[in-house]
Write a protein that binds this ligand. Structure first.
Ligand SMILES: [Zn+2]
Length: 228
């Protein structure tokens, strides 16, 4: 029997040119030992990786903002695998736009109330600049989420939120969405890819960060399953 789901990769590939929050190189991969220098019969290429914990498609755990709260390794798998809803505001989201409560209302009129324990992706369309790091970073001007909208999504009892930009807050907004959502014990996923391949409702997301003890942020593989 064939696998009954179509699999969508919601993860950007990591490289030295991956856009980072501060504009520095956030990912370096080097060769520590190469095939030609390997003295064993079976030849190896051994690599080292140095990276920002919050690089590429990554998760923010509550401990990113709150000492003593949940770290990446302690996030429950039951919360990382969830029904997925996609609120698409790409037709209007410019660099100073923030998801509004009206946008959520419009979404729910069309697709029904967001189900409890859903992972909600806000698709702004900003992903189109991913391969132009300066433009994607844009001096921290990119579509975000309003505090009022974050409160509505928390009322829906989401497990976490995703967005296709560097962050849920522009620095000028004082990181209130980070504080509010992480403060409620939920997780955030930034730099989501390929959300345009998902239906608005009906898919499942699987969010798997690397399991670092004490981690506050971590790179991850985010995928979605759509029933065939
Ligand atoms: Zn963040």
């Amino acid at each position: 029997m064939s696998f009954p789901f179509t699999i969508i990769d919601l993860t950007h590939s990591l490289s030295a040119t991956t856009p980072s929050w501060d504009g520095s190189c956030g990912f370096e991969q080097s060769v520590a030992l190469d095939y030609a220098n390997c003295t064993t019969n079976t030849k190896f290429r051994v690599q080292h990786i140095t990276m920002h914990a919050g690089i590429g498609t990554h998760i923010d755990a509550p401990a990113h903002c709150f000492e003593g709260s949940t770290t990446v390794d302690a996030l429950a798998l039951e919360h990382l695998i969830a029904p997925c809803a996609v609120i698409d505001i790409s037709d209007k989201a410019d660099q100073i736009y923030s998801l509004s409560t009206d946008d959520i209302e419009t979404f729910e009129k069309q697709h029904g109330t967001i189900q409890p324990q859903s992972f909600v992706i806000i698709r702004t369309g900003w992903e189109q600049f991913w391969h132009e790091p300066e433009r994607y970073r844009n001096n921290h001007q990119f579509p975000s989420v309003s505090l009022a909208a974050a409160h509505v999504l928390l009322k829906r009892d989401v497990v976490g939120l995703g967005i296709d930009t560097l962050g849920f807050d522009r620095p000028s907004d004082n990181y209130v969405v980070h504080a509010t959502v992480l403060g409620a014990g939920k997780y955030l996923v930034e730099n989501v890819a390929n959300a345009h391949h998902l239906p608005r409702v009906g898919s499942y997301s699987i969010a798997l960060p690397i399991k670092t003890v004490g981690g506050t942020e971590a790179p991850m593989r985010l995928i979605a399953l759509i029933k065939k």
